[in-house]
Design a protein around this ligand. Structure first.
Ligand SMILES: Cc1cc2nc3c(=O)[nH]c(=O)nc-3n(C[C@H](O)[C@H](O)[C@H](O)COP(=O)(O)OP(=O)(O)OC[C@H]3O[C@@H](n4cnc5c(N)ncnc54)[C@H](O)[C@@H]3O)c2cc1C
Length: 459
């Protein structure tokens, strides 16, 4: 990047919000994805839409890559500056502009964290439903750009179900407003949905209008242990077939149960092959009834033990078992590679069996947990050392086979973490070359100079 571009960036954001020293660039060379890193040439922290627009039009004029970044918690190397350029951190745009209970919506800047919005909604007895495990750090901009899911996906859907309107800046600097405050609006192509999940490759989101829901009056949680995952998978099908749409339906396999128990000492049963965490929210009577039905469905599928939380603290302890799966597994080796694949719900047990066979023949350790209600699995590979190139090659081979298995079973290579740079090589197997070509044409329409997050979606 030439000196005049650096000088222009400084004058747009002010020297205090421009960084290009080695030490300052290091934290922006990585995100939460292991094994990917690349040093950007500068990091800028714009204060408003005008500055975002000025940076983007400057970058387009000079052909300099720009990578929009929220908290950098993505797990697909979506914010790694593979081709250098400018990392644009949106963390200063962190204001909740409005919560409107009468319209069940909020208007926020992209740097607001998911949990800050959830807290603001709770103050009005409302619910911000998207609930990624990373919610205390993840920003709304990143959540929209990855179309993040979370623990409530089965009942409440994912981020795209809540994005009503966006203000976004195109790579040329034009400010675009899509959608708005309406829950019904079918005028034109749905650009709001196109931008949601576009992983920072089409435009930079500078404001979002988001749907909220009335907060549920109460919630209830239970846990069921099974001898194996196949039985837990049958229980998932039985629960859904019983007419309940649970707010929570999560599973851990045997290795995860062992790791979580060693990490958190929650008193989990170590002789079980699978654990199913179930829960619902709503009116107290309806929650009691839903939990009873879910318990019955688990019992009918031969659950070894079923416990229902008697109070909120107990429910939180049960949910902690699911939330701490990743940190618990991370203690087992120097490098933990968390992946994401989704299959149709009735095929979860089959997919887990395929993962076990693949792990075995590739000679790697893989533990699996995930959102059973969504068919969304997180196979997680633990490697002893990041320098063990053989082990890394085996892990890569295992994941390649896992993604192929997901596609074969009618699923997807990513249910919620996104494509980024990490999954890009696997995308053609799922979409086919015609659709990849169409994606490139869409990218080109938004970003003719190809400056936004190059080397990712649309490349
Ligand atoms: C412990 C842990 C748990 C997680 N749990 C979940 C989970 O349950 N469900 C889930 O879906 N994900 C989960 N994730 C993944 C990740 O946290 C989410 O994808 C999150 O929404 C990313 O937000 P972020 O602010 O960190 O975005 P970043 O990582 O900074 O960016 C992600 C993508 O969004 C783009 N982007 C960021 N801001 C903007 C903007 N303003 N305009 C345009 N593009 C932008 C970036 O260019 C990049 O492509 C988890 C990650 C971790 C580490």
């Amino acid at each position: 990047m030439h000196a005049p571009v650096r000088a222009a960036l400084k004058s747009i954001v002010g020297s205090a919000h421009y960084r290009d020293s080695d030490g300052d660039l290091v934290p922006f060379s990585r995100d939460a994805t292991p094994l990917f890193s690349a040093r950007p040439e500068a990091v800028v922290f714009p204060a408003d839409t005008g500055e975002v627009s000025a940076i983007l039009s400057l970058a387009t004029r000079h052909g300099v890559p720009v990578i929009a970044r929220g908290a950098g918690t993505n797990l697909c190397a979506a914010t790694v500056a593979l081709r250098g350029g400018i990392v644009m951190a949106l963390t200063r745009l962190n204001r909740i502009l409005e919560v409107a209970p009468a319209e069940l919506l909020a208007r926020v800047q992209p740097g607001v964290t998911s949990s800050a919005l959830a807290d603001a909604a709770t103050d009005h007895d409302l619910l911000w439903a998207p609930d990624p495990g990373s919610r205390t750090a993840a920003t709304i901009g990143g959540t929209i750009a990855t179309n993040a899911g979370g623990l409530r996906g089965l009942k409440y859907g994912v981020t795209r179900d809540y994005v009503l309107g966006l203000e976004a800046v195109l790579p040329t600097g034009e400010v675009l407003r899509t959608g708005g405050r309406l829950h019904k609006d079918v005028a034109g192509y749905d650009l709001t949905r196109l931008l949601t999940g576009s992983e920072g490759t089409l435009a930079v989101v500078t404001e979002a209008t988001l749907a909220l829901r009335p907060a549920p009056q109460t919630s209830g949680t239970g846990v069921a242990y099974f001898s194996d995952l196949a039985a837990a998978g049958r229980a998932v099908t039985a629960i859904i077939s019983s007419g309940v749409l649970p707010a929570t339906l999560e599973f851990l396999d045997r290795s995860c149960i062992e790791a979580v128990e060693a990490f958190a000492g929650l008193g989990l049963r170590l002789d079980a092959g699978a654990l199913l965490l179930f829960g619902d929210d709503g009116e107290p009577d309806a929650v009691t009834q839903a939990l009873a039905r879910m318990s019955d469905a688990c019992a009918a599928q031969g659950a070894l033990e079923i416990t229902r939380a008697a109070h909120i603290a107990e429910a939180e302890a049960l949910l902690a078992a699911r939330r701490c799966a990743l940190p618990a597994l991370s203690r087992l080796g120097a490098l933990t590679i968390l992946e994401d694949a989704t299959v149709p719900r009735p095929r979860i047990a089959e997919m887990v069996e395929r993962i076990e066979v693949i792990a075995d023949h590739c000679g790697v350790t893989i533990a699996t947990f995930g959102h059973a209600g969504d068919g969304n699995l997180h196979p997680t590979c633990v490697v002893g050392s990041p320098d063990d190139t053989d082990a890394l090659a085996h892990a890569e081979q295992a994941f390649k086979e896992i993604f192929n298995a997901a596609i074969e079973l009618g699923g997807t290579i990513t249910g919620e973490h996104g494509v980024g740079a990490a999954k890009l090589p696997y995308l053609p197997a799922q979409l086919g070359s015609d659709q990849i070509a169409l994606l490139r044409r869409v990218k080109n329409a938004f970003d003719p100079a190809g400056i936004l997050n190059p080397g990712k979606l649309g490349s």
